[in-house]
Design a protein around this ligand. Sequence first.
Ligand code: SF4
Length: 327
Amino acid sequence: MPLKIGIPRALLYYYYYPMWKVYFRELGAEVVLSSFSTKGLLDKGLKCAVDEVCLPVKIAYGHVLDLLDKVDMIFMPRLVSVEKHEYICPKFLGFPDMVRCLDKLPPLIDVNINLYRKKWDAHNAVTKVGRLISGNYINIYTAYLRARKIQKIYFRLLHLGLTPDDALAILEDRVKKRPAQEAKEFTVALIGHPYNIYDRHISMNMIGRLSRMGAAVVTAERLPEKTVRSYAARLPKKLFWTLGQRMIGAAFHYLERPDICGIVHVAAFGCGPDSMTGELIERYARAAGMPFLNLTLDEHTGEAGIMTRLEAFLDMVRWRNMAAVGM
Ligand code: SF4
């Protein structure tokens, strides 16, 4: 029986899942994903989570609980830094310790991933994980190369405008072609952490709803790293957080694009980095005369309230566009 490794469908799953899936599979393990987020899964997470954490971490607890009886080990790297001279939010760093007190928790693969000093440290961390499953260094290295290749293809699909779910469906051969993109009245940029905007339960399927309301949606993941970085570098002082850099860089880029008619910023209640990046994006958007909407989500957020605000925002964008052409 292959070793079953659980991966919570939460947090940086939305960036790195394809790579880890291929890596473990190449080493002969079976990857088990937690279920899609639901209210039940969030409620389970809320019962165990410490009060101070943000909504994405609370739901991540639910995903870990969902895996408890299904796997031999849970993959939960201790993410310190994924880019040179930057950090990831401290809650990622502490998450393996937060869940350690859960009953019936299988062993965690909680290797440190800290690329603050050298990007090459990624290789060391990946090798350390591989050694838990295989004693053959050549197999580990080959699996690593294949995983990196898949990750590059995945990012390319995101840059083409696919959501993580659609990109995974293509990578896993569940669909052959990318979904057709319908023409929309206008385009808005949806800026937020990937685990907020792509988790359909947390975001209340914001991308799908905006699309049904007539707006095409672009996100930070649509942009190549180089573009995001060059725009983020315009800030007088560099942000410490990698995800914050992505959001700021994407927002600055979209502020200059004539086809973008508004920016919606999605923040998680209790998120320190979001309170800073949201404020910065709002100030720059107001200075550029770009319609801006800030939505803060937590476990009590009502769907009706969010949808009303989105509808009002899109109406305002529509009127503004009509006024611009003298209608
Ligand atoms: S960046 Fe914010 S939303 Fe993300 S884990 Fe940290 S506190 Fe939570």
